[in-house]
Design a protein around this ligand. Structure first.
Ligand SMILES: Nc1ncnc2c1ncn2[C@@H]1O[C@H](COP(=O)(O)OP(=O)(O)O)[C@@H](O)[C@H]1O
Ligand SMILES: [Mg+2]
Length: 285
């Protein structure tokens, strides 16, 4: 189900640079408040989506500010992946609207490919091309889709690899890398398209616990540098630590959303409480 993102749609930017230090608090707690948050990066209104007669998203409303990190939590089947896939136009929606940086992407007649390029998405299964080197995996879409000259695409890729401690893997094939390294390459590949927003779907759930940390540290660095991100995650501790805002989904609805301190310590809704109790029982918080 998560295998949909071909590398070429792996995310591109419409806009300028990967926002390095775009005026966001670069402190331990990224989850500070408004200062640093910019205009509206993403607006979802009344989003509904069914598979056959199974209503999977039942009226989702969510606004994400530029430089904001929003974590989606909720039991398996609550609709997190479908929501992210809808935002990347990998799934057609039934009703509602999605607006990215002021432009409605769900309007008829929009250039779907261009929009997909501005929204990076990384899945649980990293979907790297196994027969291509790391550098080729990363430069393929920038060269083919953005039509960057190869040298420029490689320079950009190398800069990202260096930033995330992967430069020595430049010429390796994915098979020779650990799961954590592969997932970091998948993140770099998405970033190479300079997306305006990055969607991350349970990107640590296929990894051994020891490898989870290295991937989470990449996400933390991106958050600190101001990347706008929406993450579906099972890593509650990480969500609490990194998110500006946490949204709890159940049955295709956002039941409750708010700052992590409130959602995790003082949830208002009984359903959120029940979910968190189960998470605690399972030793995941
Ligand atoms: N392509 C699909 N076809 C039919 N049902 C699907 C499809 N994708 C997801 N679903 C269903 O939609 C519901 C929400 O799934 P999903 O978005 O993957 O939830 P989550 O990511 O929170 O686990 C589940 O009941 C799932 O079985
Ligand atoms: Mg999922």
């Amino acid at each position: 189900m998560n295998a949909g993102g071909t590398p070429v749609s792996a995310g591109v930017p419409a806009s300028a640079e990967v926002p390095v230090s775009a005026g966001v608090p670069v402190s331990a707690s990224v989850s500070a408040q408004a200062p640093g948050l910019g205009g509206e990066a993403l607006r979802i209104e009344g989003l509904r989506k069914s598979f056959g007669d199974h209503l999977v998203l039942d009226g989702i409303d969510l606004v994400v500010a530029e430089h904001e990190v929003v974590c989606l939590i909720g039991a398996s089947g609550s609709g997190k992946s479908t929501l992210l896939r809808c935002v990347n136009l990998l799934e057609p929606i039934d009703s509602g609207r999605i607006v990215v940086q002021g432009a409605e992407i769900t309007a008829s007649g929009v250039d779907v490919d261009r929009i997909r390029r501005s929204i990076g998405i990384v899945f649980q299964a990293y979907n790297l091309f196994p027969h291509m080197s790391v550098i080729r995996n990363i430069t393929l879409a920038p060269v083919k889709v953005l039509r960057l000259p190869k040298a420029e695409a490689e320079a950009r890729a190398e800069e990202l690899l260096r930033r995330f401690g992967l430069l020595d893997k430049r010429d390796a094939v994915p098979d020779r890398l650990s799961g954590g390294q592969q997932q970091r390459v998948a993140i770099v590949r998405a970033l190479a398209m300079r997306p305006s927003i990055l969607l991350l779907d349970e990107i640590t759930s296929a990894l051994d616990p020891v490898l989870v940390a290295e991937v989470l540290s990449v996400i933390r660095e991106l958050a600190e540098s101001g990347m706008t991100m929406v993450l579906a995650t099972h890593e509650m501790g990480f969500a609490r630590d990194i998110a500006n805002r946490v949204a709890f989904l159940e049955g295709g609805r956002i039941i409750e959303e708010g700052p992590p301190g409130q959602i995790f310590s003082a949830p208002r809704d009984e359903r959120t409480r029940r979910f968190l109790d189960r998470v605690i029982e399972a030793g995941r918080l």
